[in-house]
Design a protein around this ligand. Structure first.
Ligand SMILES: Cc1cc2nc3c(=O)[nH]c(=O)nc-3n(C[C@H](O)[C@H](O)[C@H](O)COP(=O)(O)OP(=O)(O)OC[C@H]3O[C@@H](n4cnc5c(N)ncnc54)[C@H](O)[C@@H]3O)c2cc1C
Length: 378
């Protein structure tokens, strides 16, 4: 058993931390206020190799492992979860299925330009009637000459208002079986698609949309892998991404702890810094201990991905523990700040609103518990 990161991974952490503090942090306030992701960042992520962190060099990626991917996520989210969220919807959820199952043509047209940050991706799975229950999805794809005609809607889709294409799940057969669900690479704009931007309380600087699909034509070349029934790829993608999202939650918790520590060291009440009061010191100690536990579970999950042994129940445990930790820690950070915790000038309120997104997005905590219970044979 070896709990140390490699020299290359430590180096990556330093590099991403520097990038996040120097280049992301100055953009946060404006992006939150305008509720818009700074689009040029996608190319900057591309230039730094961050869009390709998860993919082999032979496929145009940066050739890192999942542990490294989680390091990048932790460091980005420590500074701003909105940016990490848009990046992840693009570089992971949106294009991972193409890397895994796309044709050579699809990799050339979608995957590689997305790695460079030239084309922006989103992943459209959730629907008004099918968020937690993926198999209930109703968006239909009917075969027509030369392609497919799509009808339906997709809800809460990250990047949809700014995306150049969506990796979109639709039912290619009337059966209500998983084998009837397939993925399409849907270019935007499309005359049959309207995207409405949604206003949010959390991850405000990440664009989210409601996608209306009405007789949208998608050519045969855009059916992922040139075949129907790609539902198992969605499941694999969600499992792996749950570990990734857990690393994002870890970064948010770490950011909240650091902000609370800084405040506890400087805020004076009755002649003492508040960190000198045991009630506050113990709260910070609990936060640090909980983060440490979550951190090693996240990196264990990443290691399991790298070993090729990640199962759905383990991925669910990792996501459940880290996302709930981020909510608890960021709430405690607000309490430690007193009134200042409610003020926009301090980051902890934003971190808490952002953390709440991740006990819901990518499968709610209840769904993670269902998966864990299933793993227990219940
Ligand atoms: C900011 C944001 C960004 C998102 N980005 C994307 C994206 O890019 N792509 C995408 O496809 N989706 C995205 N989502 C959607 C997200 O994955 C869903 O919101 C999530 O899966 C929950 O689905 P729902 O909102 O329909 O809630 P529901 O499924 O309606 O759940 C409501 C409540 O019921 C509980 N519940 C439901 N079913 C069960 C059950 N079987 N057992 C116990 N409890 C249950 C839930 O836990 C929850 O508490 C995003 C969501 C948000 C908030």
């Amino acid at each position: 058993m070896d709990y140390s990161f490699t020299a290359e991974q430590e180096d990556l952490r330093r590099t991403v931390r520097r990038f996040a503090e120097n280049e992301l942090a100055p953009l946060v306030r404006d992006a939150e206020e305008t509720e818009t992701f700074p689009r040029p960042l996608f190319r900057r992520f591309g230039a730094l190799g961050l869009n390709g962190v998860r993919y082999p060099e032979a496929d145009g990626g940066s050739g890192f492992d999942k542990v490294s991917d989680c390091i990048v996520r932790e460091e980005m989210s420590r500074v701003c979860q909105s940016f990490a969220s848009s990046w992840s919807a693009h570089s992971h959820l949106g294009i991972w299925p193409i890397w895994r199952a796309g044709t050579e043509g699809q990799k050339a047209d979608f995957f590689r330009p997305a790695l460079a940050g030239e084309r922006i991706a989103g992943f459209a799975l959730s629907e008004p009637d099918g968020g937690s229950d993926i198999r209930a999805l109703r968006t239909k794809a009917e075969k027509v000459p030369g392609g497919w005609r799509l009808n339906g809607s997709k809800l809460y889709i990250t990047n949809a208002p700014i995306a150049d294409f969506l990796t979109l799940a639709a039912r290619t057969h009337p059966d209500l079986t998983p084998a009837a669900i397939s993925l399409f690479l849907v270019e935007l704009p499309n005359p049959g698609i309207v995207v409405n931007r949604l206003k949010k309380e959390g991850i405000r600087a990440s664009d989210t949309g409601l996608v209306h699909i009405s007789d949208a034509f998608v050519p045969d070349a855009c059916l992922l892998g040139g075949r129907t029934g790609t539902y198992p790829i969605i499941l694999d993608s969600l499992s792996e991404n749950r570990v990734g999202v857990a690393a994002n939650a870890l970064g948010m918790a770490q950011g909240a702890l650091e902000a609370a520590l800084e405040f506890a060291r400087t805020r004076k009440v009755r002649g003492k810094t508040i960190g000198q009061y045991q009630a506050i010191a113990h709260k910070l100690a609990d936060m640090a201990a909980e983060i440490e536990a979550a951190r090693w579970l996240v990196y264990y999950g990443a290691w399991r991905v790298d070993q090729g042994t990640l199962d759905a129940a383990t991925a669910a445990k990792v996501k459940l523990v880290a996302s709930e930790c981020a909510v608890r820690v960021s709430e405690a950070a607000i309490r430690i700040h007193g009134g200042a915790g409610i003020m926009s000038e301090y980051p902890v309120g934003r971190i808490h609103r952002d953390a709440l997104v991740y006990v819901i997005g990518e499968g709610t905590s209840e769904i993670q518990r269902n998966l864990i219970a299933r793993g227990l044979g219940l």
